[in-house]
Design a protein around this ligand. Structure first.
Ligand SMILES: Nc1nc2c(c(=O)[nH]1)N[C@H]1C(S)=C(S)[C@@H](COP(=O)(O)O)O[C@H]1N2
Ligand SMILES: [Mo]
Length: 371
């Protein structure tokens, strides 16, 4: 076996790479859970509406640590793969269990990194709705199997990390430190080149990111055009009415009537779960003013429904966000009337909220007490 084992491989190298990969995966897991909980809140979870850029930071970290984990995990697997060919493959029951947990670990981590990458590049066809569900549940398999793996290996890891480094080969070649530095630099470069889609000053060096937050109609990328959503006819229909329902009953508004309600301005980003964020200045009606018109107060939640059938056609605005004066039913963007792709005649924009919940082409707003 010796003959195809690089001299660089050692328990110390594996432990150090493992530590780096675990750090990235831990941040990725926590920020991913946050994104999930905002969209499907468990009973104990509330997400604030401020600071307005908090979700931008957590989701930016999710994507950045996810892509940075790719070289870290690859290097870590490289450092141990000759062990795959050890004979006998299974020594006893405990060993068999350990190997099974390793198989779960490797498969679930690779699935998460790969499916996440497909999502960043908006290649949904092979996954469809399946992605969010699978990506969520597989994250638990990663968390569980990482914990088991660390638990099993802890004595080896501790010994390896404390051990004196083996004498490095002197004649040319890469040293262990050199390898670690190369892997870290690769992870860092990949992280930076994706970060540009959410940190504007980095956009120029954002070589790998699929989105440039500076590019798009009205100065903002479009996710899901009006045509793709099948709403063009409904959104431009002169008979369009916004329906507002609540304790005061049902009220209908033409676009002209909406424009006559006091307008406010808010500078807020769209932060897509895919990792890009872009700032814009929005003009429209405060949601809390509509809540008051409907007969609600600041303990009420708001559910908005799109002209779109299926897809991201509905979202709920919790009281924390509904009463925030920055939360708008936007009619305008960057000084212009909202164009069709950005949600004409009106769309939701709220601080510190995932893009997929910033519903476009709204036709109904329901104001109700949370269940
Ligand atoms: N009705 C509807 N609203 C929607 C979507 C959609 O597909 N349908 N896409 C959402 C997603 S995923 C994002 S990131 C934002 C993007 O807004 P923009 O296209 O104006 O940049 O809109 C959100 N609102
Ligand atoms: Mo999105």
């Amino acid at each position: 076996m010796k003959k195809f084992t690089s001299l660089l491989r050692s328990a110390k190298l594996t432990s150090q790479l493992g530590l780096m990969a675990t750090a990235a995966i831990t941040i990725c897991f926590v920020t991913g859970y946050i994104s999930h909980a905002i969209q499907q809140p468990p009973w104990w979870f509330t997400w604030p509406s401020r600071p307005v850029n908090l979700y931008r930071v957590t989701q930016g970290l999710h994507i950045i640590t996810g892509v940075a984990a790719i070289p870290l995990v690859t290097a870590k697997l490289w450092s141990v793969y000759p062990k795959l060919f050890r004979w006998p493959p299974v020594r006893d029951a405990a060993h068999a269990l350990e190997r099974a947990s390793l198989a779960v670990l490797v498969a679930s981590v690779l699935f998460q990194l790969f499916s996440g990458l497909l999502n960043i590049f908006r290649w949904y066809q092979p996954m469809g709705f399946f992605f969010t569900v699978a990506h969520y549940w597989t994250a638990w398999a990663v968390a569980g199997s990482v914990l088991v793996h660390i638990g099993v290996k802890l004595p080896i890891i501790q010994r390896a990390l404390r051990s004196k480094p083996r004498r490095e080969p002197v004649t040319g070649g890469l040293s262990r430190r050199g390898l670690i530095a190369t892997v870290a630099a690769t992870a860092g470069a990949i992280a930076v080149s994706f970060a540009g889609q959410t940190i504007r000053p980095l956009a120029a060096v954002s070589l790998l990111a699929p989105r440039d937050p500076r590019v798009g109609s009205q100065g903002l990328p479009v996710n899901g055009s009006a045509q793709a959503a099948g709403v063009t006819a409904g959104a431009t229909d002169p008979g369009y009415r916004l329906e507002l329902t609540g304790p005061n009953g049902t009220q209908l508004f033409t676009l002209q009537q909406l424009q006559a309600i006091p307008q406010h301005t808010a500078s807020l980003p769209i932060t897509c779960v895919e990792g890009w964020s872009a700032d814009a200045t929005w003009t429209g009606i405060r949601i809390r003013d509509l809540v008051a018109l409907a007969g609600g107060d600041d303990t009420f939640q708001v559910t908005v429904t799109s002209l779109q059938k299926g897809g991201y056609s509905q979202s709920t605005v919790a009281p924390t966000h509904a009463r925030d004066p920055l939360t708008l039913l936007a009619l305008g963007i960057n000084g212009e009337t909202l164009n069709l792709d950005h949600g004409y005649p009106c769309r939701l924009i709220a601080p510190n909220r995932p893009g997929v919940m910033q519903t476009k082409w709204i036709r109904r707003i329901n104001v109700a007490k949370p269940a």
